[in-house]
Write a protein that binds this ligand. Structure first.
Ligand code: SF4
Length: 280
């Protein structure tokens, strides 16, 4: 049996009677494949893993896989995940969000999870649109792009998820496109192994809404665009700012050791107990 088929049988919930809700050619399936490969290589059992999501097309991932799963409310996945991690720090908590879910509705949670360096892995699927709710523009939609809420082109400027995570203090930040699926699973695996807040941005594509509206072609053309604009981190260091305009840097953007929130909290609890306070 081929390796991919084995992983599908091992991790996908067969009681859910597929098909799934994703459109043909959507990048979400590639991201889910990369996530499963990364978890399998990390050596954790199904019971060690908690997969948490908010709302959106990417947020459907926990529905299809056989881990401990939580499908939560829009923008709040990181808050549920924080609660799970604090209740049982031994669990490996992975949070799957879309660009709107993570950086608009959940934007504040995202910044503060990074700042606290809570030991979670945040996998953010960035397809530049709100897919499930009908193709509205999101915080990562490029300036001038068309959306159902920007029929003459959006006048807002996009933010960079990965660079925001670096600035906010995440311990590990990686970015890949779904075209570079093998790099994507390597980055997710590194994020799972990292002690601290790890962010992996997966640049993906929504051919049904964003692609069609902006006349970007089908899934193949959108994947080819990802291939064309991606620049590995090491190569990017040799390029000028002008040469990097319109490019997407892929690879590990930062990997640093910082105090981890759950450990710090344990230290404070111990100090409170030793000082004669109430044991929590
Ligand atoms: Fe994927 Fe877009 Fe369809 Fe959602 S609407 S499943 S993001 S192609």
């Amino acid at each position: 049996m081929a390796e991919t088929t084995k992983l599908i049988y091992k991790y996908l919930r067969h009681d859910k009677k597929f098909p799934h809700v994703w459109c043909p050619g959507c990048g979400n399936g590639i991201v889910l494949g990369a996530l499963i490969r990364a978890i399998d290589r990390s050596g954790y059992t199904k019971d060690d893993i908690v997969l948490v999501s908010g709302i959106g097309c990417a947020g459907r991932m926990p529905v299809y896989v056989d881990f401990n799963t939580l499908h939560t409310t829009h923008g709040r996945a990181l808050t549920f995940a924080t609660g799970v991690k604090l209740a049982n720090p031994r669990l490996q908590v992975i949070v799957v969000m879309g660009d709107g879910d993570a950086t608009a509705i959940g934007g504040n949670h995202f910044i503060h999870a990074a700042r606290r360096n809570i030991n979670l892995t945040a996998l953010i699927v960035n397809n530049s649109t709100y897919g499930m709710t009908g193709g509205q523009y999101s915080p990562t939609t490029p300036y001038g792009a068309l959306a159902t809420t920007a029929v003459f082109g959006t006048i807002e400027h996009p933010l960079s998820i990965a660079e925001l995570a670096v600035a906010a203090g995440a311990a590990y930040v990686g970015r890949s496109t779904v075209f570079h699926a093998n790099l994507l699973d390597q980055l997710i695996e590194a994020g799972i192994r990292k002690r601290g807040f790890a962010v992996i941005e997966a640049i993906s594509h929504c051919p049904t809404l964003y692609g069609r509206k902006n006349k970007l072609g089908g899934p193949v053309e959108m994947l080819n665009w990802q291939k064309a604009v991606a620049v590995p981190v090491e190569k990017a260091k040799t390029m000028t700012a002008a040469e990097l305009v319109g490019k997407i840097t892929i690879g590990t953007l930062i990997d640093r050791d910082l105090p981890v929130y759950t450990k710090e909290l344990r230290r404070i609890r111990d100090a409170a107990r030793d000082a004669g306070g109430v044991q929590i």
